[in-house]
Design a protein around this ligand. Structure first.
Ligand SMILES: Cc1cc2nc3c(=O)[nH]c(=O)nc-3n(C[C@H](O)[C@H](O)[C@H](O)COP(=O)(O)O)c2cc1C
Length: 353
């Protein structure tokens, strides 16, 4: 009996298995609109048997895009474009989730295959905003948000969540990781504010908590809300796993349903001990200490490895990124390996061994 292929119920949603698509930026949209690329890209994972297909980082406001080519969820044209994609995912029996993001000081950057750095205004870039003016790596400095501007951010996430539901998504994930706006606020490395959104732990996590509250109020009681956090800055003086346990508890009290446990991304100087499942201990610790469901992510590549993560109670599900890019049918293959009987698309039934 495979634990990886057991269903998981969160609020009113039942996920058919615990192999989930980790958010992956495609840097391929125009005006924040997903197109045929996004349909085929995300659709292939639904056909490949993933229980949950999460979108890439989707901006709640144009200025919150990482690059000009990011997808977004700030207008009704985008809602209509996403609907085509959620319909396809649902027809395959998978659930659809949207990762909501504001890129903060890491906004307006050149997409990876075109170079590195900030896009100048003359080429369509814009002034990024942040907790303070400190730049990330080679990027331009941010304009620090005023206190009232910070207080307005939760409403942007709530509006994005509402549109995500209108577009047919079953759940939303709040991107609180990888050095984007919310992570910049909660990390002591990147928040030198002296107002109500800075200073001690409580001040620094306030934006995250206010977003969680606003989104829950908007989506109601039936819709799962996930938060992806960076569990460690992997840097002396930075955010730690102990801080993450505290934050996860506070998010759980604000009815966040699952902590997607990533790490890093807030300083280029971090020394990250990459290796198979290197972030799994963070998911295990948060799940054990807080009693909140977690998702594990990072260098999870084998069926047996994924099975062990769920079976041993480190996490309730695994998020896969690069392994799915290499093999979009990874879940179907893993089910075969683990002896789980899962439905294949009728069109592919002759290949099921
Ligand atoms: C092409 C690509 C794009 C990514 N974009 C995002 C993103 O939009 N949001 C996010 O939270 N993580 C993003 N990530 C990180 C992945 O979700 C994942 O956490 C990371 O790749 C580690 O998992 P893996 O070892 O299975 O690839 C991206 C990773 C890749 C490879």
């Amino acid at each position: 009996m495979s634990h990886l292929f057991e269903p998981l119920k969160l609020r009113d949603l039942t996920l058919s298995n615990r192999v989930w698509v980790s958010p992956m930026c495609q840097y391929s949209a125009t005006d924040g609109l997903p197109d045929d690329w996004h349909l085929v890209h995300l659709g292939q994972f639904a056909a490949g048997g993933a229980g949950l297909v999460l979108t890439e980082s989707s901006a709640v406001t144009p200025d919150g895009r990482i690059s000009r080519q990011d997808v977004g969820i700030w207008n009704s044209d985008q809602v209509a474009a996403w609907r085509r994609i959620t319909d396809f995912i649902h027809a395959r029996g998978a659930a659809a989730g949207m990762q909501l993001n504001h890129a903060g000081r890491k906004a307006s950057t050149i997409r990876p295959w075109d170079g590195n750095g900030s896009v100048p205004a003359s080429e369509g870039g814009w002034q990024s905003v942040g907790a303070d003016a400190q730049a990330f790596g080679v990027y331009d400095s941010a304009r620090p948000l005023t206190e009232s501007e910070v207080a307005a951010i939760p409403a942007l996430f709530a509006a994005g969540a509402r549109r995500a539901l209108d577009a047919g998504f079953d759940l939303v994930e709040l991107h609180f990781a990888h050095g984007y706006l919310v992570h910049q606020f909660y990390s002591p490395l990147s928040n030198s504010r002296t107002d109500g959104y800075g200073g001690d732990f409580d001040g620094r996590v306030r934006l995250a908590l206010e977003i969680a509250e606003a989104v829950r109020a908007e989506v109601g009681e039936n819709v799962p809300v996930f938060a992806r956090i960076s569990a460690s800055d992997w840097t002396e003086g930075g955010w730690t796993i102990d801080d993450s346990v505290r934050l996860a508890r506070l998010l759980g009290e604000r009815s966040v349903d699952l902590i997607d446990t990533s790490s890093g991304g807030n300083t280029p100087k971090a020394e990250i001990p990459l290796g198979p499942g290197y972030q799994v201990p963070f998911a295990r610790r948060i799940r054990a200490d807080v009693g909140i469901p977690t998702g594990a992510v990072g260098m999870i590549t084998d069926a047996e490895q994924a099975e062990e993560i769920v079976a041993s109670g480190a996490a309730d599900a695994v998020f896969l990124a690069r392994a799915l890019l290499r093999d979009p049918h990874w879940p179907l293959r893993a089910a075969n390996t683990l002896g789980a009987d899962v439905a294949w698309p009728d069109q592919y039934a002759r290949a099921k061994s």
